[in-house]
Write a protein that binds this ligand. Structure first.
Ligand code: AVJ
Ligand code: FE
Length: 433
């Protein structure tokens, strides 16, 4: 066995452990009632996410990579996200919290055994570079962020705590010009990149301006105060329909506080902080704000060029700050803080052109529908991305304070319906040059 193989095994084992610690924190913080209850029809009961994480790990690592016998073939169907919509999941005969915890622990024992014995590279693409393990680590982290969003929707005394995010050493505002020309979008070399991030391809992007920071609560409040929610001029027809039907008047979790606004964050209500990015806005709200401000949302290609293109070399970086994996000083990721940080709080994470906080804090809506790149090939299963391609979903980029560092990159693509805002979603603005 080579030293590289041994290093990869150690890294995978450490990531599996670190990820499971987060899952345990999210599921041990509440009692069994809160684990089995549905906190919103948009979300699964937390105990479903927990066992679903184990079920995917069993399918891909134990059965497929390891070639082992199934542990619980009888429950595959219960935890297949395509068989039962979220709103129906509480009425299924799910594993109890005790059973779910035991199941995920048994699966993990077997997965670690597979990691220790099976070759990390047996010629199968699924196995090369630890991809299957990377996919399952990212899958669990994605569900951890989903469970964090469920915690935000839960009513009751706060159960999660974390230090406040760092302050900004200097405020960041304004915009930068990104020169026109081609850049490399997507990747062929990022080992754990998922199918929709591939292949790398050249995209010619005309020159554009992009804001150095995401739109803040203070800026967004000016839109509300200017009557933005009551003026159909700023909204697309579909956006206005939704604004009317859903009765939108402010971002999710905002409540009136005298003349101003407060927001409820994981059970604690406090005045909205003016220089933090706005969060819990849907695509239609982002689009309306942009039109009111005389700008627009960036396209997905513009966002990625701003985040990855290095003007000195012309190559695309892994992250805005370079190729180094995210450290605490680069970005607000991984639930280290329970809210986005103020604009300018991560100068070490800025891009070469001076665009801040592209990674972390809030997912950023782009104007682009979710599609496969030229040459896309579904891998290893169509239901990860391909079945969502089309006009129904908008792409979000960059990850939020609730996204793990192993589950986001300069190439990472998230997607959701334009009406959704239970996710940690915000936006930044762009305009034509
Ligand atoms: C990439 C966040 C859109 O949660 O719906 C989880 C990730 N896929 N289990 C989702 C995912 C399968 C996915 N998103
Ligand atoms: Fe899943």
């Amino acid at each position: 066995m080579t030293i590289e193989t041994e290093r990869l095994r150690e890294r995978v084992a450490a990531e599996l452990l670190r990820t499971r610690d987060r899952t345990a924190l999210l599921t041990d913080a509440v009692d069994d009632g809160d684990l089995t209850r549905q906190h919103s029809p948009l979300m699964s009961p937390l105990v479903w996410d927990l066992a679903h994480v184990g079920s995917q790990e069993e399918l891909w690592l134990v059965r497929d990579v390891g070639g082992r016998d199934p542990l619980r073939p009888d429950i595959d169907e219960l935890y297949d996200a395509f068989k039962h919509p979220r709103r129906d999941r509480p009425s299924l005969p799910l594993l109890t919290p005790v059973e779910a915890r035991r199941y995920v622990a048994e699966v993990r024992d077997k997965a670690l055994d597979v990691l220790g014995r099976a070759p990390v590279d047996d010629g199968r693409r699924l196995v090369a570079d630890g991809f299957a393990f990377g996919m399952i680590i990212q899958h669990e982290q994605q569900h951890d962020e989903t469970m964090l969003a469920t915690h935000q929707l839960r009513v009751g005394a706060p159960v999660l705590t974390a230090p406040e995010p760092p302050a900004a050493p200097a405020p960041v505002a304004g915009e930068v010009l990104v020169p026109g020309g081609p850049f490399t979008m997507g990747t062929d070399t990022e080992a754990w990149a998922l199918d929709n991030e591939r292949p790398a391809h050249q995209v010619r992007v005309p020159a554009f301006w992009i804001d150095r920071a995401a739109v803040t609560n203070g800026q967004y409040t000016a839109f509300i105060d200017a009557g933005g929610y009551d003026d159909p001029r700023w909204w697309s027809p579909a956006g206005w329909d939704h604004r009317q039907a859903a009765g939108l008047t402010a971002p999710g979790h905002w409540v009136r506080d005298g003349d101003g606004w407060a927001a409820t964050t994981f059970g604690r209500t406090a005045p909205v902080v003016a220089d933090e990015p706005v969060v819990h806005v849907c695509f239609w709200e982002a689009e309306a704000y942009a039109r009111w401000a005389g700008k627009r949302l960036p396209t997905e290609a513009e966002w990625e060029k701003a985040a990855r293109w290095d003007p000195a070399t012309g190559r695309s970086r892994r992250y805005p700050w370079g190729d180094e994996t995210p450290q605490a000083r680069h970005a607000n990721l991984g639930q280290r803080h329970l809210r986005p940080a103020p604009a300018g709080a991560y100068p070490d994470g800025a891009s070469p052109l001076g665009v801040h906080q592209l990674v972390g804090d809030v997912w950023e809506w782009t104007s682009t529908d979710f599609h496969g790149y030229p040459g896309f090939a579904a891998f290893p299963y169509r239901e990860y991305s391909e079945v969502f391609f089309g006009p129904d979903y908008k792409v979000l980029r960059g990850g939020s304070f609730g996204t793990d560092r192993s589950a986001v990159r300069g190439t990472f693509r998230n997607w959701d319906y334009p009406i959704r805002r239970q996710i940690f979603s915000g936006f930044r603005l762009a305009r034509d040059a």
